[in-house]
Every structure is written in C-alpha cells, then in structure tokens.
Design a protein around this ligand. Structure first.
Ligand SMILES: [Fe+2]
Length: 271
C-alpha cells in the first residue's frame, strides 16, 4: 500500500506491506520540491517507485539508518536520476553494507519491512536547499545514533523521522537510548516551529505543544522511575508500578518494543 497525501507543498507517501490481509507497520516518506526524505521499506519498493513517477526527484536524505527508512535507496538510485543520497556519518557503514545487522533483525521487521540492499551514500550537509526552502539539518540521536531532523525555520516545519511517534509512547526498542531522546527533544523544544511531520504518518499542526507534551511525559516517567529505583524496586516492579503491566506490543514485536526496555534505558541516568 502506498498512499499520497498533500499538506500544502509537502507530499506525504504513507506506505506499508499488506500481509495476511492487513497493512502492517506503516511509515511515511515526505517529498518537498525535488527533495525526498527517506526511501521507505524494501517490501513497498516497486509500488513506491510507481507513485514517484510523476515527480522529479534530485536528492534523497535518510533521517536514520533503520530498514524502513533506507529500504529503497538502492532502487531509487538505480531507477531515478538522484544526484545525492545524504545520511548522518554515524551509521554510514550500516547503510553501505546493511546485511551484517539486517540478518539479525527480529522476524517482524523482516516480515513488515525487509532487508535493505547496499546503497551509495554521502555525509549530509548542515543545510539542504530546495528551490524555495532551506532546511537546517540537526543531529538528534536517541532513536538511533545517527538520527537527524530537518528544520525549515521560515515555514516552521520540523521533519522528525522516528523521534516523536506519539506523546504518550511508553515502549522502547532495545537499541534506543531514552535519555538521548530526552536530550534531543529538549534541544528541539527550543526551536521556533509549528508543524511536525512524523515518519509514523502523523502530521501535527500543534507541533510545539505536542513535542513539549511528549518531553514532559518522558521527564515525568524518568523522575518516577528514578525515585522507585532509589526505593529499591527492580525494573519489572517499576514497570508494574508506573504502567500497570507490560505493553501488548512486547509480545507482537518479540520483545523488541517494550516498557521493560524503556525503563531499563531510563535507569541508565541513575548511574
Ligand atoms: Fe526507526
């Protein structure tokens, strides 16, 4: 499934693999003039390429190296006249040769998104210009070490990749760093922006309020978590005390996305 939707001059392509009758783990790429943000998962490649036929795309930028964001780099490089594919240098090796880590992905990631092929990428510049817009590229690690955010100050747009997801998100992947994410959200909360464009597909016109609300929720959970830790509670007890129980997502993602991971990561602030 690939669906295009217009938000002023920004085109969103929401996509996901249809598996067993359901479209699973959708994600969104964005196109602004000739700049494409993220290339989508491998499993939706041909359909996405078809949807892009009516557009002229010069440059591609990946918000981070996860397989649903770089999955069609190679395909688009081969089939479109791309001049550049930009990434943050922290995970360039993982994009040049994804197989060593992709082969170890949980099964749900193979089913939903698939393994990306190697692609040719170069370090992203500090500023990306399109015909009418100028994007500041900001390093915002936490969801991944290489995560970047694109900020267009004149329009007040923030393209957030996977950094936001939702205000009350309380599960974490095992490879995420919750304290780095809090630091990134604190940095972004000081910017003057209005609209959030998320890779989840959410477009939030109340972007500043939404981002601050998420930051405050995570700070509140971290404070509670550290207090319970000081009282001698272990991770499982803290999860139960704050959330009542583990999230159903934990079982659906083979334990990859869980409240246990969230608390374990937050507790690193105690050491
Ligand atoms: Fe991601």
């Amino acid at each position: 499934m690939v669906e295009a939707k217009q938000f002023g001059p920004v085109t969103q392509f929401l996509m996901g693999r249809t598996y067993d009758g359901y479209t699973v783990y959708t994600m969104a790429c964005y196109l602004i003039e000739a700049l494409l943000i993220d290339s989508g998962p491998h499993h939706t490649g041909e359909e996405f390429l078809q949807a892009l036929q009516e557009y002229e795309i010069t440059n591609l930028v990946n918000t981070h190296f996860h397989e649903d964001h770089i999955g069609n780099n190679r395909l688009l490089q081969e089939r479109l006249a791309l001049k550049n594919t930009w990434v943050h240098p922290a995970c360039i090796k993982e994009i040049l040769n994804p197989h060593p880590w992709a082969v170890k992905m949980n099964q749900y990631r193979h089913i939903a998104w698939g393994e990306p092929q190697p692609s040719v990428v170069t370090p992203v510049p500090d500023v990306i210009n399109t015909a009418n817009y100028s994007f500041n590229v900001l390093h915002a690690p936490g969801h991944s070490p290489d995560h970047i955010v694109l900020f267009e100050p004149e329009e007040g747009w923030l393209f957030l990749g996977d950094l936001f997801i939702s205000e009350k998100l309380n599960t974490l992947r095992s490879d995420e760093d919750a304290n780095d994410m809090i630091a990134s959200l604190e940095m972004l909360s000081k910017l003057d922006f209005g609209t959030l464009f998320c890779a989840s597909g959410a477009v939030r016109l109340d972007g500043k309020t939404a981002l601050k609300s998420k930051l405050n929720y995570w700070l509140e959970v971290r404070n509670k978590c550290l207090e319970l830790f000081r009282q001698g509670k272990n991770t499982e007890e803290i999860v139960t005390s704050i959330f009542g129980a583990e999230s159903r997502l934990a079982a659906l993602s083979e334990g990859d996305m869980s409240r246990n991971n969230f608390i374990t990561s937050l507790l690193k602030a105690a050491y």
